[in-house]
Design a protein around this ligand. Structure first.
Ligand code: KIV
Length: 279
């Protein structure tokens, strides 16, 4: 596996139609997670605002702010991964003004991210332009944008009508022209994922957007069976670490209760005479 760090220019060129291999992106929120994801060869670690649901116990992503995202981005960066670190801009960190968005994007860069991601369509054009002008690479996020959960009335597949799919494609082209170097396309019919991929010269990374995108992303906890809810249809679970971890901790509990832990080999022994000297 290559040791060369993944860079923004190398990702920007990764179109499958030009013969590139698909981009692999996985979320991570801490140092061990980043070590695992980078060690497995993922191109991008997304420090997603899904830390809210997957680590902090919230029901949606609206409960994390830029301080939380910078904290987790810094933890991921301490793993010194080969994968590019993509910091997710949380809700209300880029909605008030382009200046504030640039300041918040810079927080994630200073915490260790090499690029930032933000959700939304044409309304985000001024913010994307400002962040790109500050030399910070930006990934767009279209389709089912979880920060819009209240406006969408739940986590629902988007782009199901000609108008909605057309608006998504129009926004993708405008945001690409504004400087986004890649897009996450989430929760749309496969044909919309394919059309967006065809329409753009920069890569699309799908999550519930069908097989034709230039890459795929999954959430660490979904992929490994560590989630607390039934994962959505688009998730393929590759391991059941939740069950394995519960069984391991139950075995530890049994050993403690039976007195078989710790063993002699797991115990520090005193120099000769210390026990007697202590009385
Ligand atoms: O925060 C996140 O995990 C994401 C993915 C759903 C792409 O944005």
């Amino acid at each position: 596996m290559s040791e060369t760090p993944v860079t923004v220019p190398s990702l920007r060129a990764r179109k499958r139609r030009d013969g590139s291999t698909p981009i692999v992106m996985v979320t991570a929120y801490d140092e061990p997670g980043a070590r695992i994801v980078s060690g497995a060869g993922a191109d991008i670690i997304l420090v997603g605002d899904s830390v809210a649901n997957n680590v902090l116990g919230y029901d949606d992503t609206l409960h994390v702010d830029i301080d939380v995202m910078a904290h987790h981005t810094a933890a991921v960066a301490r793993a010194r991964p080969r994968s590019l670190i993509l910091g997710d801009m949380p809700w209300m960190s880029y909605h008030l003004s382009p200046d504030e968005a640039v300041r918040n994007a810079a927080r994630l860069i200073r915490a260790g991210a090499q690029a930032v991601k933000l959700e939304g369509g044409r309304a985000r054009l001024p913010v994307v332009e400002a962040i790109v002008k500050a030399e910070i690479p930006v990934v767009g996020h279209l389709g089912l944008t979880p920060q819009s959960v209240l406006a969408m009335g739940g986590f629902r597949v988007q782009g199901k009508s000609v108008d909605a799919a057309g608006a998504l494609l129009d926004a993708a082209k405008a945001l690409a022209a504004a400087g986004c170097f890649a897009f996450v396309i989430e929760g749309v019919p496969d044909v919309v994922g394919a059309k967006a991929t065809e329409a753009l010269d920069v890569p699309t990374i799908g999550i519930g957007a069908g097989p034709d995108c230039d890459g795929q992303v999954l959430v660490f906890h979904d992929l490994l069976g560590l989630g607390r809810t039934t994962p959505p249809k688009f998730v393929r679970q590759y391991a059941d670490l939740g069950r394995i971890a519960t069984e391991a901790i139950a075995a530890f509990a049994d050993d403690v209760r039976s007195g078989s832990f710790p063993s002699d080999a797991e115990t520090y022994h005193a120099p000769a005479g210390l026990g007697d000297a202590l009385g």
